[in-house]
Design a protein around this ligand. Structure first.
Ligand code: MOS
Length: 765
């Protein structure tokens, strides 16, 4: 998302008429496997316990590592005594900054170099400096995990402590508004929004706060690293397989083909499973030990050394005329982004895309704190930005005495409000209409605090969610078509539980005119044709674009192979299509030959083609966004203040839905994470010491089954004429809008406006 939008910024000077728009994918018209409720191909393996995750790979002579984290925030190591640890039972070695191999630092996630995938540019265990609380300072390698853990506790370290900056408020005076390449501009000003706001007959102007949050994927971050001579094999839990391999090769001075990253299954990523210090430490320690090595972070370790979502403080002000049309839309604020981090938490992106206004003032300021760098976490920016804006609209609607849906629809723009680009497809109005009907929005009482059932006050709320479409450059796919009428799709893509293989098998079946059962998919290995990282809700479209390109190339190969004796002889690539297990003339479908026949005549067992997807130029010309209307009904106890969510409905407009089963699961998962954002998730950060105080699932709360109500999910399903298969992203949109829908329902139930997440019971008493 961030990468794509920065490409858009860089390309912004190109006149729109010079850019190819992308013509509708012909496959939208002839879907057969696409749209089916296919079950996940990886399901049986997972249910049977046969899917091997990164920390489960068996190896001969495997040893185990444990890490030591700095308990101080800034300073340096003055004494380091590893003697007791080194002589402890089972210990093979202790690695510290004294023995760590001299390597460079990771290039931060960027746009010019696809191997620039680091989340932090801080040197990894290369010096005695401490730069944040939790920084890894030593690794112990032993015969068993228990021996490594015990020995790690024996290491003695003294630190000289320097003053550290750890308070959000202290950093404000030095806030920066960088001309960021990693998102659209940090500052956008159209008209004089402050003046328009003052003049507006209706206005709201408030501050919204969201806390820091941490990543809590079920699978802990883990690697099993093995050196084979000068080649490295890394079993990793990662959402960036090929980009990691490229980055690691550079970092350790290896050729790209000397590094193989395998990650066939990942137990949740959400933006947190990128390249961090633990992979580098494990690889270096395995090298020193001369043995394969496993490092699995503890849950606390994930909090200490993997960044989470930045806290934010956001001002949203809206001015409206007598009819409710926005005359001023202001969204400014602060979030954390240390100079050595990569994620700008673009919470104003949605504000730029969703509603029209006569004037805009948008500004993001970054604060520099001494912390583990914050990072991408499901719907970076949009998840918390939508809380602020969609709460503010609800506040304005209440102040004006109008229905909040009507107010939103009145301000839907014809074109993208900032860039002026036409929308590729946009049916938020329809999503609202269908969602409201199904949810029973007409039963809502506009006056807050009027519906009661015993101690419970009941309310309804709604909000808009939004997330930009993205398709990554550098997606490659190999199609192997076999003489027995089956095909294999291969690329290094990531299967993190969302159904990557399943959906692309459905796609390939239709693209090649084969039955779904004839397709198999190989993923999760950097030795396969390189796919981009899974991020920014872009993976499906990225790989789909590459499969489409490979299918076109395959048609050319088949024509060549068919030769002059075939019914399709003389046809050109543009004149044929792949249908019904063969290749046929588009103009005259009776001119056709089956794959089996072509391959048999050519005495070939199989043919394989590899192709890259076209440059993702569609989003440069068109505004492309997935959007949603979220509805919530809940109860608030007048006695305890606790909130119980009774019903949640998401009505999504995300283009073609490729598989209703996997898509509904994605939407629901995102919405559940949105419930956590609204009601529970909060990293308790001790601003005095710079230390996270609740680094465990006992203290950091996420929704459990009993917290999650029935979640209803519907969609418009209207294909996007500008994207492969007509599909836009569905991975991150689910979380957006949910926190505001909950907060708005809490207001409707109680008359209390909570502008400070999470909405815990103390705030409602
Ligand atoms: Mo995502 S936060 O791009 O995994």
């Amino acid at each position: 998302n961030a990468i794509i939008s920065s490409v858009r910024t860089v390309m912004g000077w190109v006149p729109a008429q010079w850019l190819p728009g992308g013509t509708p994918d012909p496959l939208i018209e002839r879907r057969a496997a696409i749209g089916r409720q296919a079950s996940r191909l990886d399901g049986p393996l997972k249910v049977a316990g046969e899917a091997r995750f990164a920390a489960e790979v068996a190896m001969d002579r495997l040893c185990y590592a444990a890490l030591v984290h700095s308990p101080v925030t800034r300073g340096r190591i003055t004494r380091l005594d590893t003697g007791a640890a080194e002589t402890a039972p089972g210990v093979i070695l202790v690695m510290t900054h004294r023995t760590m191999p001299r390597i460079g630092t990771l290039p931060l996630i960027g746009i010019t170099d696809l191997s620039a995938v680091g989340n932090s540019s801080i040197p990894i265990m290369l010096d005695a400096e401490i730069r944040y609380n939790g920084q890894v300072v030593a690794a112990v390698v032993a015969e068993t995990q228990e021996q490594a853990d015990h020995a790690a506790s024996l290491i003695e370290i003294d630190y000289a402590i320097d003053a550290a900056r750890t308070r959000f408020q202290d950093a404000r005076p030095d806030a920066r508004t960088p001309a960021s390449l990693l998102m659209d501009k940090n500052h956008v000003s159209i008209g004089n929004a402050e003046r328009e706001l003052k003049r507006a007959p209706h206005r709201v102007d408030n501050m919204y706060r969201t806390p820091a949050q941490n990543h809590n994927a079920i699978e802990l971050h883990a690697v099993t690293a093995a050196w084979e001579g000068d080649s490295l094999v890394l079993h990793d839990a990662t959402q960036m397989i090929a980009p990691s391999a490229a980055a690691l090769a550079k970092l350790f001075g290896l050729k790209r083909e000397q590094v193989r990253v395998l990650s066939p299954f990942v137990g949740g990523g959400f933006g947190g499973k990128g390249l961090w210090d633990h992979q580098i430490v494990a690889i270096a320690a395995a090298r020193l030990a001369g043995r394969p090595l496993r490092l699995m972070l503890s849950r606390e370790g994930v909090y200490r050394m993997i960044g989470g979502r930045s806290p934010s403080e956001q001002r949203v002000a809206i001015g409206a005329d007598a009819e409710g049309r926005f005359t001023a839309l202001l969204h400014t604020g602060y979030s954390v982004m240390p100079p050595y981090g990569a994620c700008p938490e673009p919470y104003t992106l949605g504000t730029r895309a969703l509603y029209g206004a006569r004037s805009f003032e948008i500004m993001q300021r970054h604060l520099d704190l001494d912390i583990v760098p914050n990072t991408f976490m499901r719907a970076p920016g949009e998840a918390i930005g939508s809380f602020a804006v969609e709460s503010a609209i609800d506040e304005l609607a209440h102040a004006m005495g109008v229905d909040p849906i009507a107010l939103r629809l009145r301000n839907l723009p014809e074109r993208h409000p900032i860039s002026g680009a036409p929308f590729s497809q946009h049916a938020l109005g329809q999503a609202y209409a269908e969602g409201a009907k199904r949810f029973g929005w007409d039963r809502r009482h506009a006056e807050p605090g009027t519906v009661r059932e015993g101690e419970w006050r009941i309310g309804m709320g709604c909000a808009t969610g939004s997330f930009p479409y993205a398709r990554m450059p550098g997606a490659n796919v190999r199609i192997t078509l076999r003489g027995d009428g089956t095909a294999v799709i291969a690329c290094s893509a990531q299967e993190m539980g969302m159904g990557t293989a399943t959906v692309q098998a459905q796609h390939a079946a239709d693209r090649l005119g084969l039955p779904l059962e004839a397709i198999s998919v190989e993923l999760g290995d950097s030795a396969l044709p390189a796919a981009p990282m899974a991020g920014g809700s872009s993976q499906t479209a990225s790989i789909a674009g590459a499969i489409a390109a490979a299918a076109t190339k395959l048609a050319g190969e088949l024509l060549r192979l068919a030769g002059n004796d075939s019914p399709i002889a003389g046809l050109r690539a543009g004149e044929v299509q792949l249908v019904e297990e063969g290749i046929a003339s588009i103009a005259d479908p009776t001119r056709r030959e089956s794959y089996r026949s072509i391959l048999a005549r050519a005495a070939r067992e199989a043919i394989a083609v590899t192709a890259a997807g076209s440059a993702p130029l569609e989003f440069l010309k068109f505004a492309m966004h997935s959007s949603s209307a979220i509805f919530c009904e809940l109860r608030v106890s007048a006695v305890t203040g606790e909130v119980r969510v009774d019903r949640l409905l998401g009505s999504f407009d995300c283009g073609t839905i490729l598989n209703p089963k996997t898509a509904a699961s994605q939407f629901r998962g995102g919405m559940i994470m949105g419930l956590g954002l609204a009601l529970m998730e909060e990293t308790l950060f001790d601003e005095r010491s710079g230390r996270i105080m609740n680094p465990s699932l006992a203290d950091y709360h996420i929704p459990a089954h009993l917290d999650v109500p029935e979640i209803d999910v519907i969609w418009t399903g209207i294909p996007d004429p500008r994207s492969p298969l007509g599909a836009r992203g569905i991975g991150e949109i689910g979380i957006t809008g949910v926190a505001a829908a909950v907060a708005n329902a809490v207001f409707n139930a109680t008359g209390k406006r909570i502008r400070d997440l999470p909405i815990t019971l103390d705030k409602l008493l």
